[in-house]
Design a protein around this ligand. Structure first.
Ligand SMILES: *Cc1c(COP(=O)(O)O)cnc(C)c1O
Length: 390
């Protein structure tokens, strides 16, 4: 894992502020400062010649942010990690660092909507962007050209929770010199460790499971030191680093991500099994159910099946909207991965405005309901769904 090479001397800092009793805090304090004191001219000169990792300015790096990064590196079993002000900041900074005009960017067509919208903008900068079908994403060898630089994909995929064999994508791309990035937001590092399956960079919207309390917007990437060292200077230039305050909250939340996700997994499985036995529900999409088309892939590469459950009310928007409006324990909101269970209707959020043909291609219907299972008692959630379905 990557430990911060420059360990800030909290004793010196706090003594300078006249609080020696705070010299050895158990937790990493919020270093609410934009800048840092230089010890002397020689150390600053060494910094400019890359001979030390002096902390000099919080847009470059900050101890509270570094503590969140060190935790993510441990969770992803990565050499290094970077934390950003949002998931989209992580997406845009990573791509700006890794692709250039003339390159081709391959992207799964089943991807987070704003990621897709950002990638379309890259055409303005001379990058060719090609969106792949599910089959092309699974085995990209026929679509990789000599200009292909980066392949971006997601697993599990929103909202159908289709899964991609991560090792297969990584192996094909590595053999052809294409860097792979997986958006692993839906899985969290607790359920899936893509770096161990050969992917080059794992990205998260830390707004979701990593922070887990629906109160911080943040993003992250993790990978080998060499690739993270290519992304870090772009974060400095774009200014997409997270602030110390939310970084503190994120680092604190990551201490409990394994116990939270274990409970999300168990409750989601209970809810999915209950829904799949209910005659009013036409289909349940949960990777942990043997009926899910990618159950075998998920079982092979995930340690848990996650907290997201999607189900279909016979393709009927009216029935889905009626259930949605009747929920009370489960809250109506976008986003996912938090303590509170949330419900969204894909045709009003991630798939809003799509044509029937596009919906069919994505495997999404107008009667689909997506649940982000929180930490409530499973029986309370099931009772709420039961009354909303009646
Ligand atoms: C939410 C989300 C993002 C974007 O993250 P923000 O923190 O909202 O910027 C990217 N990918 C996936 C899969 C997401 O769910």
């Amino acid at each position: 894992m990557s430990t911060p090479t420059h360990r800030p001397d909290t004793r010196v800092i706090h003594e300078a502020e006249g609080h020696p009793s705070f010299a050895h805090p158990l937790t990493t304090p919020i270093y609410e400062t934009t800048t840092f004191l230089f010890p002397d001219a020689a150390s600053l000169a060494d910094f400019q010649q890359a001979k030390n990792d002096l902390l000099i300015y919080s847009r470059y790096g900050n101890p509270t942010v570094m503590s969140a990064e060190a935790k993510l590196a441990v969770l992803e079993n990565a050499e290094a990690a970077l934390v950003f002000g949002s998931g989209m900041a992580a997406v845009s900074t990573t791509v700006m660092a890794l692709v250039s005009a003339g390159d081709e960017l391959l992207c799964s067509g089943a991807i987070y909507g704003n990621t897709m919208a950002f990638f379309k903008h890259l055409e303005r900068f001379g990058v060719t962007v090609r969106f792949l079908t599910l089959d092309e994403t699974r085995d990209p060898s026929p679509v990789i050209t000599p200009k292909a630089k980066l392949l971006w994909f997601e697993s599990p995929i929103n909202p159908t929770l289709r899964c991609i064999d991560i090792r297969q994508v990584a192996d094909v791309c590595r053999a052809r010199g294409v860097t792979t990035v997986i958006d692993s937001t839906f899985a969290s590092p607790v359920n899936q460790q893509p770096l161990s399956l050969g992917v080059d960079v794992v990205m998260h919207s830390a707004t979701k499971y990593l922070n887990g309390h629906s109160d911080v917007t943040a993003g992250a990437v993790a990978g080998a030191q060499a690739v993270i060292d290519r992304i870090r200077p772009m974060r400095r230039l774009l200014g997409t680093i997270i602030d110390p305050q939310p970084a503190f909250l994120l680092a604190r939340s990551m201490k409990t991500v394994d116990v939270r996700v274990a409970k999300h997994n168990a409750t989601a499985m209970a809810v999915a099994e209950w829904l799949s036995r209910d005659g009013r529900v036409s289909e349940v999409l949960y990777p942990g159910l043997p009926s899910h088309p990618d159950h075998a892939i998920a079982a092979a590469q995930m340690r848990g099946f996650g907290g997201m459950v999607t189900f279909d009310l016979g393709g009927s928007y009216e029935r889905a909207a009626r259930l949605f409006d009747r929920l009370s324990v489960v809250k109506r909101a976008a986003s996912l991965g938090g303590v509170e269970s949330l419900c969204s209707l894909p045709v009003l959020t991630s798939q809003y405005g799509w044509s029937d043909a596009d919906l069919v291609r994505a495997g999404v219907t107008r009667g689909m309901v997506r649940l982000s299972i929180g930490l409530e008692d499973p029986q309370d959630l099931i009772a709420d769904l039961d009354q909303a379905l009646s």
